[in-house]
Ligand binder design. Structure first.
Ligand code: FMN
Length: 394
């Protein structure tokens, strides 16, 4: 097929890409995905196997959201990167990916108000930009596998924000100690940094609320601190201006996206070095035939927004959210993205890259095991093509 045969002058989903210092051999990226298998927050052999299975020579992987500090937790058994044991655990994962020739970034995560006292040190209220709890439309997964309402949050005082910025900085330094090639700052999906950016959540009247400049300030301070510590070329940023997950609504997603981008461009100019990439998730969850619930913007509207942001950002642009093989092929061929991150399809297809290259059938994912804790079931037991098992063609 034409699109699987790279030619010298045309980029395809399967043609090489130079992302800063990293020579990628194709454009299919593992999207960051929480999988709740790091028992007691320490990466273990199950994670080593999961990431090993999804590695390819010259392929780019982003880890699941990884806690920057003890207050960052909001799910059971997610890994951290703030203790020596956690760093040692990650080293084994990184080594396994590097052995396969892969490039791997650690996603740095603080959930903010998307937590519960049960996950917080001393049973404290989770922190946020606001006191408002996440509405009853959403429920939190508890350690005993039941679902609960989200509690009220405690707004961070302005003088506390530098401490959280410092947690991000230390987490980034730890990630480099663990051998990671870089880090991604999770500024998406209604978690802490997004809780400051979105005007549907942020009701502050201080220097972190109100104007776009004020709402973007926390994210920018984190990017600056992390870039100064480990180098801009090792830092990626993920945002989702148009996604209302966990009530993260904004009255003007287009302007919010452009405000972040304008500031990242300026920072890159000032530093004289590009960031590794900007990663934008779009609200498109129906593209696989395995329909997920939730409100969806019109396809056309969202595509226009993505093109606007892509055009405005100076540097590598990763898109994600409901990409099929065809949509990924088109995105790269049309210049709408440099790289395409795949989430759910990568959960159920450890050899997704080969399958997409061959246009082979894909295993269906099983949502019920996304967040369970078995080291194998629903995690590393999805069959690869060599085993001859193709469950369905999506
Ligand atoms: C089980 C699961 C866990 C996820 N965890 C994270 C996460 O830790 N960090 C993040 O930025 N996005 C997370 N996401 C969102 C994915 O990275 C991706 O943006 C989303 O699934 C849309 O892409 P897809 O349509 O290819 O699945 C998660 C998605 C799923 C399905």
């Amino acid at each position: 097929m034409a699109e699987t045969t790279p030619s010298a002058d045309k980029s395809t989903l399967f043609s090489p890409y130079k992302m800063g210092n990293f020579n990628l051999s194709h454009r299919v990226v593992l999207a960051p995905m929480t999988r709740c298998r790091a028992l007691n927050s320490i990466p273990n052999e199950a994670l080593v196997e999961y990431y090993r299975q999804r590695s390819t020579a010259g392929g780019f992987l982003i880890t699941e959201g990884t806690m920057i500090s003890p207050t960052a937790a909001g799910f059971p058994h997610v890994p951290g990167i703030f203790t020596t044991e956690q760093i040692e655990g990650w080293k084994k994962v990184v080594d396994a990916v590097h052995k396969q020739g892969g490039v791997i970034f650690c996603q740095l995560w603080h959930v903010g108000r998307a937590s519960h006292q049960v996950y917080q040190p001393n049973g404290a209220a989770p922190i946020s930009s606001t006191t408002k709890a996440i509405s009853n439309k959403w429920k939190i997964l508890m350690p005993d596998a039941t679902y609960n309402a989200y509690p009220q949050a405690r707004p961070l005082a302005p003088h506390e924000i530098p401490n959280i910025v410092e947690d991000y900085r230390l987490a980034a330094v730890n990630a480099i100690k663990a051998g990671f090639d870089g880090i991604e700052i999770h500024g998406a999906h209604g978690y802490l940094l997004d809780q400051f950016m979105k005007d549907g959540i942020n009701d502050r009247t201080d220097e972190y609320g109100g104007s776009l400049a004020n709402r973007c300030k926390f994210l920018l301070q984190v990017v600056q601190a992390v870039a100064a510590a480990i180098g801009a070329a090792r830092v990626g940023v993920r945002i989702s201006p148009a996604i209302d997950h966990l009530d993260a609504m904004d009255s003007d997603p287009r302007s919010l996206g452009l405000a972040v981008i304008e500031r990242l461009n300026k920072l890159q100019f000032e530093l004289g070095s590009k960031l590794s990439y900007l990663h934008v998730t779009q609200p498109r969850y129906t593209a696989y035939g395995q329909t997920e619930s939730g409100p969806h913007g019109s396809e056309e509207e969202v595509a226009k927004l993505m093109k606007t942001w892509r055009g405005a950002y100076v540097g590598t642009f990763i898109c994600s959210g409901g990409y099929t093989r065809q949509l990924g092929v088109e995105a790269v061929a049309q210049g709408d993205a440099d790289l395409v991150a795949y989430g759910r399809l990568f959960i159920s297809n450890p050899d997704l890259v080969s399958r997409l290259r061959l246009n082979a059938g894909l295993n269906r994912y099983v949502r019920a095991s996304f967040y369970t804790h078995d080291p194998v079931v629903g995690y590393t037991d999805y069959p690869s093509l060599e085993k001859g098992n193709v469950m369905s063609r999506l």
